[in-house]
Design a protein around this ligand. Structure first.
Ligand SMILES: Cc1cc2nc3c(=O)[nH]c(=O)nc-3n(C[C@H](O)[C@H](O)[C@H](O)COP(=O)(O)OP(=O)(O)OC[C@H]3O[C@@H](n4cnc5c(N)ncnc54)[C@H](O)[C@@H]3O)c2cc1C
Length: 462
């Protein structure tokens, strides 16, 4: 395995994740098969519901506006559960995602949105466990090796050209599997493909995913595929560093906005905070934030929902303010005072009076506003219980959606005429066709694992 990063920065975006995996299951017994150490008491305390295969499939189609490639979707949905079992068999340990994907309802922790399992130790734990598993079976890892080109022997891809700190090497191989991420950390490619303004987005994860392998493959004849102008981008702390911080990792994200309000510097709302469960909106709201004045937005909460805020709101790195009045909060955040007061008054008048009795944070509760634009379609409680909390965010890009075209059955890269490229396989972020405009939380790690396993198996048979 050739890794561009030095050992101290290994693990790509995977390292920065929450480690959440989306896969279909029929109930707690399927979960117990991959988390055998769950105690009876833990099982009693949770309601994981079920996440049928057909639901996974329809969620992927729904969030991608029906654009997801059929063959890619089928492979992902079909192979997800067996791949989780396989990861477990390789020694990867999983846990219930109680901290982030469940709310207490009637004394039980009720999971929502098809995402119930995370790797033990989150992204860092996942990455470390995967390196350990690879080492156990004799995989040799070379750090500080940047692949810049593919070598060919006739039509067959026969190896790579790589750069180390001080050498250029050609390495021969029977098969090459590309799994080198998207182009999210490449300012020039972001601007070229995603559009103006994306040069200013913060990068949530690794600084090493600069699209090198995508470019090398296209130069060798591979077919660009998928949503090249699209990306996964979220609400990310306004003062986060330009690229990922390995200690804070994903804690700069701010994902509890369905239970609050989001405004811009003018104090105006610009998205439906409650359009869907957060798993199905968070990946597209980063783009909406990027379009606001100074690429800034503010997530506001009151004491009706402050207890629901996820762990990432409680880190000392959070850029936040607290005040007893709306004007005081606006002032502390640098938001237009009159604008915010007007927005909150209009919003409160639009909330249903029986909202508090129907509010359910773990389901689409239908507690929606009437008569304002944008609406808040669920969880629309009045904003009137001080002290008020405000969190300043900007756009953080996670990964890019455009990539290479593969045959989903083999992981083999296809050329611009849809012919398999002998010796070349791909998996992960640099594969296109799965995500368009939006994304369902927990699908990235699952897709990387499913197609990584398929590509690896094919490459081993080459
Ligand atoms: C903050 C954050 C949180 C996330 N949380 C989740 C989550 O909870 N659940 C989920 O499903 N997804 C999550 N994701 C998305 C997830 O990280 C990706 O979908 C997944 O990790 C992609 O895996 P990958 O192997 O394709 O890429 P990566 O894990 O990024 O690995 C790519 C590797 O390629 C190396 N590389 C790059 N260029 C070269 C080159 N030229 N030569 C050699 N090596 C190279 C990089 O150094 C890196 O190690 C999150 C992402 C971020 C940034």
């Amino acid at each position: 395995m050739l890794e561009k990063a030095p050992e101290a920065e290994r693990g790509g975006n995977t390292y920065f994740t929450g480690g959440g995996f989306r896969f279909p299951y029929n109930g707690i017994d399927d979960i117990r098969a991959i988390i055998p150490d769950l105690s009876e008491a833990e099982v009693e305390r949770v309601d994981v519901g079920s996440y049928p295969l057909a639901q996974f499939r329809s969620d992927l189609a729904r969030v991608t506006d029906g654009l997801i490639d059929d063959g890619m979707a089928s492979a992902l949905v079909r192979e997800a559960a067996p791949t989780m079992q396989w990861l477990h068999d390789q020694g990867i340990r999983f846990a219930l995602m109680t901290g982030r994907q469940a709310n207490e309802v009637d004394g039980k922790l009720v999971f929502y949105g098809g995402l119930s399992v995370e790797a033990v130790g989150a992204g860092k734990g996942l990455s470390d466990q995967q390196f350990d598993a690879a080492e156990r079976v004799g995989v040799q890892v070379r750090y500080g090796c940047k692949v810049v080109n593919l070598q060919r022997d006739g039509r067959r891809i026969s190896g790579v050209e790589l750069w180390t700190d001080d050498t250029v090497e050609a390495l021969e191989a029977d098969a090459v599997v590309l799994a080198a991420g998207g182009f999210e950390a490449n300012t020039e490619m972001r601007t070229r493909y995603l559009g103006p303004g994306w040069d200013m987005a913060k990068v949530r994860g690794t600084r090493f995913n600069t699209g090198d392998a995508i470019r090398a493959a296209i130069d060798a004849g591979a077919q660009p595929f998928g949503n090249w102008s699209g990306a996964h981008a979220v609400a990310w702390d306004l003062n986060a560093p330009p690229t990922g911080n390995r200690i804070v990792a994903d804690l700069y994200q701010k994902h509890s906005y369905p239970y609050g309000l989001i405004v811009n510097l003018d104090g105006e709302r610009f998205v439906d905070e409650g359009a869907d469960l957060r798993n199905y909106t968070y990946a597209r709201y980063g783009r909406a934030i990027l379009a606001q004045p100074q690429r800034a937005a503010f997530q506001l909460f009151d004491q009706r929902t402050a207890h629901l805020l996820r762990d990432e709101y409680h880190v000392r790195q959070a850029t936040m303010a607290q005040a007893d009045t709306i004007a005081g909060l606006a002032d502390a955040l640098g938001v237009d005072v009159a604008g915010l007061e007007r927005t909150v008054a209009e919003y409160n008048a639009a909330c249903p009076s029986d909202g508090p009795s129907r509010f359910n944070p773990s389901a689409l509760d239908g507690v929606g506003t009437a008569g304002i634009r944008p609406p808040k379609s669920n969880w629309a409680l009045p904003f009137d219980a001080p002290p008020y909390l405000g969190y300043a965010v900007t756009c953080g890009i996670t990964f890019t959606f455009g990539g290479l075209k593969i045959d989903p059955r083999s992981g083999q890269v296809l050329d611009t005429e849809d012919r398999p490229m002998p010796g070349l396989y791909a998996a992960g972020e640099l594969v296109g066709g799965l995500f368009y405009n939006n994304y369902a939380g927990g699908s990235g790690l699952m897709a990387g694992s499913v197609f990584g396993r398929i590509a690896g198996r094919s490459a081993a048979q080459t």
